[in-house]
Design a protein around this ligand. Structure first.
Ligand code: NMX
Ligand code: MLT
Length: 450
């Protein structure tokens, strides 16, 4: 397979580069850790390596040096190849990857049984993560590990597991949609369609002009990866660092994506927009939207789709969705509220003075676009996010095995330890006074010497 051969070709250089950086500077500091960071969710601490993508606070997502807004016309499969190798595949490599995904798309029967055994009330994310976890017995990675495969070769079975999981995710996810929301029987994948178009077809959403398939391609590209420190990536890589296979690692990471402060925010966001519209009862004026949001904040609720732990500008992924909406659904009421919120919420959050980033993130616009195409069941939206994010999680897992990264195990400290450590250090004010006294002494000595 072309992607496998490409990886085999570049991995020795990646190992050499990592070794050189590490061996030449093992004790160099990359920054201090402050008490605020330790109490504040480790925000900003540079303590992880992730080469698939980076997120600049003023640029947003950059994949292998290319800003995400320059990648919106590529297929998610192409992005997976890019995440892994740093290159966009040529036609032959793309076709080879697509063929691999097609031939691995058979979902084991017990996955359907697992989903069918869950009560209908079960959240779609529980259905998806359960389906992912039960496939663990298929893991080549675990089998090769048990057979004693050397650690530096384990990236290869991780690649095979990744391709199997990526191939099956849309098929499983589409079935969850159809079962949970009573959309009729499971549909059959199509050999001639790309990964995202197949998913669109399997969902069964009417798509006469093909623009829903375009939305799926864009959606699955935009959500693919967001460097290594977000909740789902960090959780996945931490689990993988114990040499747990992809099924354990990804299902664990996606449980984190299912939280309302992370990927579930897309569900929360459309729910909020529809509730706002229904509560106000007519196309809302700017003042009504403003009062509605202020009321939410006064009740200590967050405005879903706004704010970010890293970004300090409008998320370019939001911009890409708004561009799509302006082209395909400029007059849609729900999309109109998304744009109204964009004009109002950042001002309110800035005035409130609490949120460090008042701008919209990826989750602020996507729901309105899905709603327009008839996918109104917002409980499902985080499943779509997950199908895409598996690309980045898998790429990170493969590279972490290729580079033989160690088990992730930072040190925790107790509050008492912090208190004791701080007590033994001179206070910043005391330090200043000490310095002043030292200078006075030096001056006195100089004068005496004269
Ligand atoms: N609405 C109201 N308050 C907010 C918001 C918001 N959208 N964003 C931040 N704040 C508050 C935050 O709750 C915190 O309050 P407190 O001190 O009372 O705990 C304060 O502002 C400072 O938080 P920040 O340091 O700005 O944000 P942090 O890095 O801790 O969290 C998020 C980042 C994304 C969790 C936060 O902005 C948020 O809760 N946003 C809404 C949920 C959301 O859209 N999540 C999706 C993120 C993207 N994704 O898909 O994963
Ligand atoms: C993501 O895409 O993972 C989110 O924007 C959250 C993050 O990066 O922290």
């Amino acid at each position: 397979m072309i992607l496998r051969d490409k990886l085999a070709e570049i991995i020795p250089n990646l190992r050499k580069e990592a070794n050189e950086v590490f061996k030449m500077n093992p004790n160099a500091s990359l920054g201090d850790v402050t008490v605020e960071q330790v109490f504040g969710g480790m925000r900003g601490i540079k303590a992880l390596i992730c080469d698939t993508s980076e997120v600049g606070l003023d640029t947003g997502l950059i994949i292998r040096g290319i800003p995400i807004l320059e990648l919106t016309d590529y297929l998610p499969e192409e992005i997976f190849y890019l995440l892994l190798t740093g290159e966009i595949p040529d036609e032959k490599a793309l076709q080879d990857l697509q063929w691999e995904l097609q031939r691995r798309a058979d979902v084991p029967f017990y996955v359907w049984n697992t989903i069918n055994a869950l009560p209908m009330e079960t959240h779609p994310m529980v259905m998806l993560n359960s389906a992912c976890l039960v496939m663990e017995n298929e893991s080549f990675f675990r089998k090769r590990y048990e057979e004693g495969m050397p650690k530096d070769m384990l990236w290869e079975p991780m690649l095979w597991d990744s391709l199997n999981l990526i191939a099956r995710m849309p098929i499983i996810a589409a079935y969850i949609y159809r079962r949970k929301f009573d959309k009729g029987p499971r549909l059959i994948p199509h050999d001639n369609l790309d990964w995202a178009a197949n998913y669109a077809r399997l969902l069964g959403i009417e798509d006469n002009d093909g623009s829903f398939a375009d939305l799926m391609r864009l959606y699955l590209t935009l959500h693919c990866d967001h460097e290594g420190g977000n909740v789902s990536a960090l959780a996945t890589q931490t689990i993988g660092s114990a040499l747990s296979d992809i099924y354990y690692s990804v299902s664990g990471g996606l449980n984190g994506l299912a939280g309302p402060l992370h990927g579930l925010a897309n569900q929360e966001c459309l729910h909020f927009i529809l509730k706002l519209r229904d509560d106000i009862g007519h196309p809302p004026s700017d003042n009504e939207v403003r009062d509605y949001c202020l009321n939410l904040l006064n009740n200590k609720r967050v405005i879903a789709g706004y704010g970010h732990a890293v970004l300090r500008v409008t998320d370019p992924r939001f911009t890409a969705f708004v561009n799509f909406g302006n082209k395909h659904l400029p007059d849609d009421e729900t999309f109109g509220i998304v744009k109204q919120l964009f004009n109002i919420v950042p001002k309110i959050l800035l005035e409130g003075g609490k949120a460090k980033d008042p701008w919209p993130n990826v989750d602020a616009a996507s729901g309105a676009l899905l709603h327009y195409y008839g996918m109104t069941e917002y409980q499902y939206y985080t499943v779509l996010f997950s199908v895409s994010r598996v690309l980045g999680l898998a790429a990170q897992l493969i590279l972490n095995r290729a580079l033989n990264r160690p088990i992730i195990r930072p040190k925790s400290v107790t509050t008492q330890w912090i208190k004791k450590t701080l007590a033994s250090k001179p206070k910043p004010e005391a330090q200043k006074e000490e310095k002043k006294e030292e200078k006075k002494e030096e001056k006195k000595k100089e004068e005496k010497a004269k």
